[in-house]
Write a protein that binds this ligand. Structure first.
Ligand code: FDA
Length: 392
């Protein structure tokens, strides 16, 4: 029987942060990862440049059945703490927009930094290692693993969500939670592209690759970001953001003229350029292809002076509040995050320890805490991992 102080299952963002911090406190840490590499999502993140935090991190950037749960950990380990670590390792980074910090080079810089810290602190990391069974023991937990039996007073579940199974995602964390009496809230894909059907799909396919600034709304949430048409439907930051608030059957509303009052703008264009065709006018704000497609297929393009006031109103309504009912989402195959998960009610927001089974901890995305797009999910992984590490 191998015995240690802390066993952490999952060497992703939260597991690595928890491991290095607990080991720096002098705890003996065994970190078990079933994939052949640690931190695969870190490597894939931010288009290969890892959007590792957001300087505007605030509890309002997170969705959870209990919006207060994330506050304590986020306040105790802030973006500036992570930035200090990044700077200490000389990892070059920049702010892309809206407080989003990205590596100048590759995501690998962040993963290497975490792995270096783990090595220096003496974390015992094992890749290609699965856990078959977990039992409560007198003083902690006993695990059957590919390394043989392991016992520890503290067990940390850092197995993440269900997004992107090919990167190692499993529902194992939810199984552990249920085994020890926790409720697991229904999970669904978040930060995920929408799929479309019929005419809308044809439009998306024709415009595939086109990106446009928009304001998108659904269920009392709105995001002003770019939308990207794809062969399958709609993507881009605006869509990924709103997807986390969308439920099957809901319509989303897309304002394709977020910088204008659509009707006022059209009236202005009609006065200024009465002989210009609608498609030419729309070409001022959209790509030529998109302007032509919208003008011809939605409105029957003709010179501006020939559009009646009622027609201009219809055009303004459609451009300013285009209602779209997505057929669905691309699901966990491409989702950046998993909404729902281990219910926070039975977990301490200070220590991340289970209130049902002492010595058991949940950190990162396995919990019902999901950030907006923009570095918030990593900040939650760092903060919750760091919080648990003070108590394991
Ligand atoms: P994470 O998924 O990182 O780690 C879980 C680990 O547990 C994995 O290594 C997995 O293999 C392992 N595991 C699972 N089951 C196991 C088992 N049974 N036994 C042993 N190990 C097991 N966020 C952000 O803030 N900025 C960004 O730029 C991006 N970009 C991004 C791109 C893409 C493509 C994705 C999919 C996601 C993002 N994210 C992101 C989200 C971010 O990656 C995510 O929220 C964090 O990685 C969550 O950290 P965790 O450690 O909780 O899970």
């Amino acid at each position: 029987m191998r015995s240690t102080d802390v066993v952490i299952i999952g060497a992703g963002a939260a597991g690595l942060m928890c491991a290095l911090t607990a080991a720096e406190r002098g705890r003996r840490v065994l970190l078990l990862e079933h994939a052949n590499k640690a931190g695969k999502k870190i490597l894939m993140s931010g288009g290969g440049r890892c959007n590792f935090t957001n300087t505007y991190t605030d509890p309002a950037n997170f969705s959870s059945q209990n919006p207060h749960f994330c506050k304590s950990a986020l306040a105790r380990y802030t973006p500036w703490d992570f930035i200090a670590l990044v700077s200490q390792h000389g990892v070059p980074y920049h702010e892309k927009k809206l407080g989003q910090l990205f590596c100048d080079n590759k995501s690998k810089d962040i993963l290497n930094m975490l792995l270096d810290e783990c090595r220096q602190a003496g974390v015992d990391l094992h890749l290609n290692t699965s856990v078959q069974q977990i039992e409560k023991a007198e003083a902690g937990y006993r695990l059957s693993t590919d390394l043989g039996p392991v016992a520890a007073p503290s067990l940390v579940v850092a197995t993440g969500g269900l997004s992107i199974p090919t990167l190692g995602a499993t529902g194992f964390g939810y199984e552990i939670a249920r085994q020890f009496g926790h409720d697991v809230l229904t999970t669904r894909a978040g930060l995920v592209p929408f799929t479309t059907t019929d005419q809308l799909k044809e439009l998306c396919t024709e415009l595939s690759g086109t990106s446009v600034a928009c304001l998108v709304r659904c269920n009392d949430q709105s995001f002003r970001e770019n939308l990207l048409f794809t062969h399958r439907g709609l993507s881009g930051p605006a869509i990924l953001q709103i997807s986390s608030f969308w439920h099957p059957g809901d319509a989303i509303e897309i304002n394709l003229l977020p910088d204008h009052d659509a009707l006022q703008w059209l009236h202005g264009q009609q006065s200024a350029r009465p002989n210009s065709e609608l498609k030419t006018v729309l070409g001022e704000v959209f790509t030529k292809k998109m302007a032509t497609l919208l003008a011809d297929s939605w409105f029957a393009s003709k010179p501006m002076k020939q559009h009646t006031p009622a027609e201009l109103r219809d055009i303004a309504d459609k451009l300013g509040a285009w209602p779209v009912v997505p057929a669905g989402t691309e699901g966990y195959r491409t989702a950046e995050v998993t909404l729902g998960g281990v219910q926070t009610r039975d977990v301490s927001s200070k220590t991340m320890e289970s209130l049902k089974s002492p010595g058991l901890y949940f950190i990162g995305e396995v919990l019902d805490v999901t950030g907006h797009l923009g570095g918030f999910n990593f900040q939650w992984a760092w903060a919750s991992g760091h919080a648990a590490a003070q108590f394991v």
